[in-house]
Design a protein around this ligand. Structure first.
Ligand SMILES: C[S@@+](CC[C@H](N)C(=O)[O-])C[C@H]1O[C@@H](n2cnc3c(N)ncnc32)[C@H](O)[C@@H]1O
Length: 236
């Protein structure tokens, strides 16, 4: 069976599938209210839990994209009836949104799954000048052994595990100015939001257990960071 970690998240309908969970998402508003956020893209929106929260707490126009069709199906169900929110099946490498359209991009534990620099350049393209990116991403705080890095990257399908400096360098390379790069307190945890259908393949539970095992094993070497950065105005 060749299911991926993301297939497992989709199968179990996991909402807020990022470190810190919904508890961390709830702090987004405090952060983004200082910057433009009339039109927000949630890149790698998963089952749409963050969009649902933003719909309740902002007047923003909300767009979600995700490349996993099951995630988009779950998100559509969750967001049914919310007028200012739409979700689209799409890849972050080619976001089907015109240039200079949104002024805030939120990505919670999704950019790490992609070619990071390409994705950040794509965020820059769709953002208006002074628009911001708000990223919640796993970050290496101590060096991993080759074996640990390989096990981690192969389980999640990552190309690499970035340090804080790697993230800052990539964000700057994509023509953003760093506003914040802040470690999230390890105790920040949201309740697990999932739905288990009868007859679910037990291998998904095995994969979930492997995820927790890896995270526990590497808890001293990995941390979660919030990166907030603003698009520089020197691109036309
Ligand atoms: C760990 S989940 C996080 C989902 C959501 N942000 C949340 O916090 O619940 C990562 C999500 O990113 C999506 N994703 C990964 N690579 C992507 C890509 N290249 N384009 C669009 N979505 C992608 C996956 O399908 C998955 O839904």
């Amino acid at each position: 069976m060749n299911n991926t970690y993301t297939d497992m998240l989709a199968k179990l309908k996991i909402g807020s599938a990022h470190p810190g969970g919904l508890a961390l998402t709830k702090k987004i508003i405090d952060k983004i209210k200082h910057y433009p956020h009339e039109t927000i893209l949630d890149a790698g929106c998963g089952t749409g839990a963050t969009i649902a929260y933003l719909a309740e707490h902002t007047d923003s126009t909300l767009i979600g994209i995700d490349q996993h069709s099951q995630m988009i199906d779950h998100a559509m169900k969750r967001l049914a009836g919310i007028e200012n929110a739409e979700v689209i099946l799409a890849d972050m490498s080619t976001i089907p949104i015109e240039a200079n359209h949104v002024n805030c991009v939120i990505a919670e534990s999704s950019v790490s799954f992609t070619n990071i620099l390409n994705t950040l350049n794509e965020f820059n393209r769709i953002l208006q000048n002074n628009g911001i990116i708000y990223l919640v991403e796993m970050t290496a705080i101590k060096p991993l052994t080759d074996q640990e890095r390989e096990a981690f990257c192969s389980f999640y399908g990552f190309d690499s595990v970035y340090t804080k400096n790697d993230w800052i360098e990539a964000i700057r390379k994509a023509e953003f100015t760093i506003l914040e790069a802040e470690r999230v307190a390890p105790e920040t945890k949201g309740a697990i939001d999932l739905e288990i259908e009868p007859g679910i393949d037990p291998s998904y539970f095995k994969m979930m257990a492997e995820h927790y095992h890896l995270i526990e094993q590497l808890q001293d070497k990995l941390g979660t960071y919030i990166y907030i950065a603003q698009k520089r105005n020197n691109k036309v």
